[in-house]
Design a protein around this ligand. Sequence first.
Ligand code: ADP
Length: 410
Amino acid sequence: MRCCGRSGATMGSISQKGGPGNSLAWRLCLSIPGGKRDEDLILPINSSLSVTLHQDQLKTTTTVAISKDFAEDRIWLNGREEDVGQPRLQACLREIRRLARKRRNTQDGDSLPFSLSHKVHVASVNNFPTAAGLASSAAGYACLAYTLAQVYGVESDLSEVARRGSGSACRSLYGGFVEWQMGEQADGKDSVARQVAPELHWPELRVLILVVSAEKKLTSSTVGMQTSVETSPLLRFRATSVVPARMAEMMRCIEERDFQGFAQLTMKDSNQFHATCLDTFPPISYLNDTSRRIIQLVHCFNTHHGRTKVAYTFDAGPNAVIFTLDDTVAEFVAAVRHSFPPEANGDKFLKGLQVRPAPLSDELKAVLAVEPTPGSVRYIIATQVGPGPQILDDPNVHLLGPDGLPKPDA
Ligand code: ADP
């Protein structure tokens, strides 16, 4: 039995299906990332919010197959076989099989056409850089949880399955604007994701991902956050005294589509998150010189316009996620192109949504206090808020063939 699903990506604080074939999508979530209060159950020390990005531009596709002929569980990521024994992957598989067993023990649960002892094969592909601070783990585990649930016929809340893979993956199970409520119970049953506003709630909102580096990051988000929880007093202060009020304010901004409020809070929260990284011992530094130049560029742009028209947020990596509105995208892309001119790939500098070329006024050029640094922004992905996971019925897009092995071109 195969199933394929697709899900979108999540980055930052306000920020993904199975049978024969299932794929997923991913989301990008904005800031207010949380540390973890329980590393096994993956329970956060504060609630968080994210925006799920659109699968037309950024997606994870996952296919799950189950068969009595498979000798062992196996997983292929971006075409390469990975160690299926990774604890987080094992925790996801254990949890989905537990839920499937629970369902089979109810009267409507006898319908699975296979035994729960059969092994699974998983193939997954991200169409954006993996392990580079663009939330591939959130998209990947959300898509995996969703696809496994389709294959195993599990219809209950999947927060726990996704969370066991990557905390922020529970948010990526929904489209639009999503909150991960930290919960209070020791067993984590109330630590779940909930949609705050749907995908089409704020149609003018646009997201630009400024890819500074597609390289694998030096410190994985999980290891980094664990060290921060253990050593940073600022992180503890942030979790107890800052984030709760910011969460409430951010939800108000989203509900009222208050871009100024949303943008300022997003930037402040990103800055504070990175301050907690520096406050970690030994310190963690996800931002690089280009990230800092992008921050400066955004502030110069906003000052020039006399109001906040653009916001940045950085997750656990140097790549910037920019929020703006559709009437500002073209001018801001022109400003980025001016400050970070493409070295060779001028025609491939902008990917995703179409952005019409816009001239840059001499006044704006003069105030962009950034010395042009060619090539340091490699490319831009223009996208918007997207839906949650989607089932892919077309067998041609499934990543596993009828033999349960990755198709040659997958
Ligand atoms: P990122 O910032 O991209 O989330 P992390 O280092 O936090 O980087 O997580 C990357 C890890 O997430 C990968 O090494 C892999 O274990 C897991 N991962 C990424 N994409 C997928 C996917 N599509 N399916 C399953 N697991 C994935």
